[in-house]
Design a protein. Sequence first.
Lengths: 340, 572
Amino acid sequence: MFFFILTNNNSNKMFFLFILFFSTLISISSNSWFGCWIGLEINLLSFIPLISNSKNLLSVETSLKYFLTQSLASINFLFMILIKFSLLKNFNMNNIISIMMNSSLLMKMGSAPFHFWFPNIVEGLSWMNNFMLMTWQKISPMILLSYYFNKNFLIFMIIMNLIIGSLGGLNQTSLRKLLAFSSINNLGWMIFSIMISENLWLFYFLIYSMMIFMMISLFFLMNMYFMNQLFINNMNFFIKLNLLINFLSLGGLPPFMGFMPKWIIINFLLINKFYFLTFIFMMTSLIIIYYYIRIIYSSFMFNYFKMKWVNLLMKNNMSLINLSSFISISSMILSTFIFM
Amino acid sequence: MCFNSFFFLFFFMLINYFFFVYFIMNGLSVFFEWEIISFNSMSIVMSILLDWMSLLFMMFVSLISSVVIFYSKSYMNSELNLNRFIILVLMFVFSMVLLIISPNLISILLGWDGLGLISYCLVIYYQNLKSYNAGMLTALSNRIGDVMILMVICWVMNYGSWNYIFYFDFMKNDYVMFIISFMIIIAAMTKSAQIPFSSWLPAAMAAPTPVSALVHSSTLVTAGVYLLIRFNYLLIDMFFFKVLLFLSILTMFMSGISANYEFDLKKIIALSTLSQLGLMMSILSLGFPDIAFFHLLTHAMFKALLFMCAGVIIHMMNDIQDIRYMGGLSLYIPLTSLCLNISNLSLCGIPFLSGFYSKDLILEMVSFNSFNLMVFILFYLSTGLTVFYTFRLIMYVMINDFNLMMIYNLYDEDYIMLNSMFVLLFMSLLSGSFLSWFIFSYPYMIYLPFNLKLMVIYVSILGSILGFMVSNMGIYSLNKLLLSYNLSSFLCLMWFMPNLSTYGLSYIYLNFSQILFKNIDMGWSEIYSGKGIFNILKNYSVFYNIYQMNNFKIYLFSFILWFMILFIFFFI
């Protein structure tokens, strides 16, 4: 992100990035609900300049849509905080006000059923802004969710997230929308992990954001936004391999890194006897892997399509790709050495 | 490669010969034992038993295999991968030796399974459809025997080790031994192709002729007989032996009849092997294991010789195995026809050739001891049938007119093949007397009336006359009419028993599996798991897209709607 901003001669955005980071920290470390709301507002305000670019009509429209939904959610959040203060004197979690507060936070995050803006906006942003949207912007609503949630409501939300994330992505050809739906699906996993413990959520979130970073940086370097751009150029074998590994890792296939957080969450699911929920987690995960593999399998058949007049020069950036492949493959095994 | 293995095996044969003579003169028996692991009360040992029987059998096996390898240097010289063939034959010999020297069921299993597997590889050596079918039939029939021996291994674990020879005297009346004996008999029956399992032996003639000479005449098919000879103390007064007697006598009789209807040279020899195997099994089940062993060895000699002569003839006939194309060969190939005649006459039991000693002894023992009438009749009848088909074969191949082509070249001077046949010729002349002097330290006491003693000669002469007459039949003869078609096909096709193993087994299952495959694999499981689920999901996804592609204000409105729905829903 820094790299991108630095190369585009746009050091104004560095300022807003700094405020963005700070706003999340304000939001999660305050001891009053007002502080949380303030952090969310500053988050919104500092993200808008990051994504708006007055030369491009699409990005203006995108930033406007983002502003509208997020401000609606913030208003709702503030209002529910005030109702909670005035009506409920004691602290018990699973009541009606928590539903409203959780809904507004879910709308902030882009979780179902309030997710309709998410694929739209993702389609209008560049890759690095997408990365910010998919990873950093989820931190503060998640943590605020963990402070005051309604268990039954959240389980319903999880199921909706999973199903919409898997079914919605089946029919997409734009890579950004694909990752958006995948992000919605992973939100389901993350909301469940928040309900168990914040540490577990942090583990899942870190690995997820690392995987997303690897993929988005690959797409950014190759400037690919659509599925048909994937294999029409003359890609190196290692780039294809890296793409394969990253997609499979994101889908949660065992020897790769992305399997570990899902495994641990399934473990917690089974300990707490959420058997039917486990089934839904599994099945939707299968659908997601299906459409990942559908993208990349043709690259590894013996006779693949290769156009030789579009040359992809990646000489300077191979180290990043090699490093990310290595991390994705070997993390699970290396982690056993670290954590014993 | 051929010469190396020939010399090695010949040298091995000589070593075995000298050890055999030493052991049998001094009555020695050596037992080596390495204990591999002793676990909980079960000890796994690797043991080797060298007594005169195993040394003698090893000598004969190595002699035949060395001669066969030398023969196949010339027989298979147009084969590109001759080394592969020789290696397979050597592995076969190794498995056979392992089977012979082991008093331990695990090493018997290793040898037994090795024999079955390598004989499969050798039968399918010419890779055409007929060989594949034959190989499958061979391997699966032998597999039944392997399974039986595996089960015997499980049951013998009751006794603490797998060395069965220690338990015979003490445990004879035990229930476990009862089951073990049943399974051992079935295993031996599959390997030696007795009646329910007899369909593989004529089919296995799709193998190359050296393979038939080694495997299907002397070693593989006698492994079952050898196993029963080793287990003889256990089995000797059990009920199953009487069942075995019945089945082996019927095998002997049936294959003798079927060989009279056959026109394929190698199949006639295969059926004659089957008949002699029935003879060995039946004399074994009557309680004379040493005579059975004697006949096993002499039969190995002349049958291997017979197969090798058949190989030479087939080569000369432009690879045609049908005897109706052959004839008058005794005029043109004197040396080969010498070997053929001597081995055929030895098979019939003509006096003082090698087959005479064993066959005549068997028949006299049968007459001397009082068995029932059916045993007696079938023994003598089968002996007569043996002479019958032998003489028919000699008439077709040697004496009648040559039927192949106008211009021909019958090449007899292939001295590699001839020298190998001469070794076996020498042995097939002398091995009868040689073995009878060694094995029987005192002769059997047999006292028979005059006509009963000559009964063998009577049936032989009758058989030869019939053989002569049958081969002179023309187009209008009685056995070529359609009237006798039912009886002829019953007798020719081995009493329809191969259908039990081939068509009868495969038809039902293949038919059923076609129904299953069409209806389930390509039918319902596609609706419920393959394409069906994909279509459902795709339709859901398309349906979802209707909601996704909307105006922005619709989204905002939907948020409000969702708020109210969730509020009301969870409030109640």
